[in-house]
Design a protein around this ligand. Structure first.
Ligand SMILES: [Zn+2]
Length: 327
């Protein structure tokens, strides 16, 4: 097994105090250089404010001691820390706990539940749940990421529990033979890079699936692999080529083209939802899909590489409690 930069033991040993955790995050985010000011954007004008008494902690307004490492900007005169304007902004959870939880998320194939985090780290279930959602913010795709191009595998699946196992008031009133209230999810996988983009969709009609593909794929420069569903015919005809495989005949690969990549993603998604989270409400499904897409898209990286990657995108992704719980 290749030597890993991080492990639970290595992180725990390195983070004896909160100040250690701040230092570690400063190193990972800023590579040991004074950062640009997160308040005014000035470069080369920030400096670390060492506590006056020579210790590693300072007094706070409430009179307690804090090991938060404080920086200041000569340009705008304002103070900040490595947590300012990131997913950690304003958190009450220790940074040591954050870094350990982030490592667990980066190292878990089937994702970790809030309940598990709450138990392992002695924090409330609510805090754990909120932490995981903030971590998912950092996993969101870069808004400037372009369209997928090349060989694109498309497939759909349905997630959610069986209607007969639900309380009567949660059942789809239209449920009956041939009707399901499961949630369809469409997934596109770039065959070469393994980049995945998934979306909860209203239905799996030709117009819906074509619209998603048009949104995510450079149609004129790509070829499509899908199952034999007629819903893919029109959009497939607009692409360079369209290969189909017949799932009903147990076929997942034909002439090198196949949808088994998407099948691999779906089995991971279902294992996570059924085995870890048990039930995912529709309103949060999109956030979970962000996490599954991120984990799958970076499945060729090591746990440590994923941790570095995640910490490189924590900036500018603040998530306050309100939009998360607003209906
Ligand atoms: Zn400044």
């Amino acid at each position: 097994m290749a030597k890993q930069e991080f492990s639970v033991v290595k992180i725990a040993e390195r983070l004896q105090t909160e100040a250690d955790a701040y230092l570690m995050l400063e190193e990972l985010r800023w590579s040991g250089q004074p950062p640009a000011c997160p308040k005014c954007g000035e470069v080369g004008k920030t400096y670390y404010m060492a506590p006056r008494d020579g210790t590693r902690s300072r007094s706070t307004r409430t009179g307690s001691r804090s090991q938060r490492r404080v920086w200041k900007c000569r340009g705008c005169r304002r103070q900040f820390s490595v947590l300012t304007d990131t997913i950690f902004h304003g958190t009450k959870i220790s940074l040591r706990t954050w870094l350990l939880v982030i490592f667990e998320v980066c190292a878990s194939k089937n994702s970790v539940s809030a309940w598990e985090i709450s138990r392992k780290y002695s924090i409330t279930n609510e805090s754990a749940w909120h932490m995981l959602h903030r971590i998912r913010e950092a996993m969101k795709r870069d808004p400037l990421a372009g369209l997928l191009r090349g060989t694109i595998v498309a497939d759909e699946t349905w997630v959610g529990g069986k209607p007969k196992n639900r309380h009567a008031n949660k059942r789809n009133p239209a449920s009956g033979p041939g009707v399901t209230d499961k949630q369809p999810v469409m997934t596109l996988v770039d065959y070469e890079t393994r980049t995945v983009r998934s979306r909860a969709v209203a239905d799996v009609t030709a117009s819906t699936l074509s619209a998603v593909i048009a949104d995510e794929v450079e149609i004129g420069r790509s070829q499509l692999w899908s199952d034999g569903s007629p819903a893919y015919r029109t959009v497939g005809g607009q692409m360079n080529s369209h290969h189909t495989v017949d799932h009903s005949a147990g076929q997942y690969v034909r002439n090198g083209a196949g949808t088994n990549l998407a099948e691999g993603y779906f089995s991971q998604l279902k294992r996570s939802i059924d085995g870890t989270h048990h039930h995912v409400s529709r309103e949060h499904l999109d956030r979970y899909l962000v996490q599954f897409d991120w984990l799958y898209s970076n499945c060729r990286a090591t746990d440590s590489q994923r941790m570095r990657l995640l910490l490189s995108s924590v900036e500018g992704r603040r998530l306050t409690y309100k939009p998360l719980t607003a209906r």
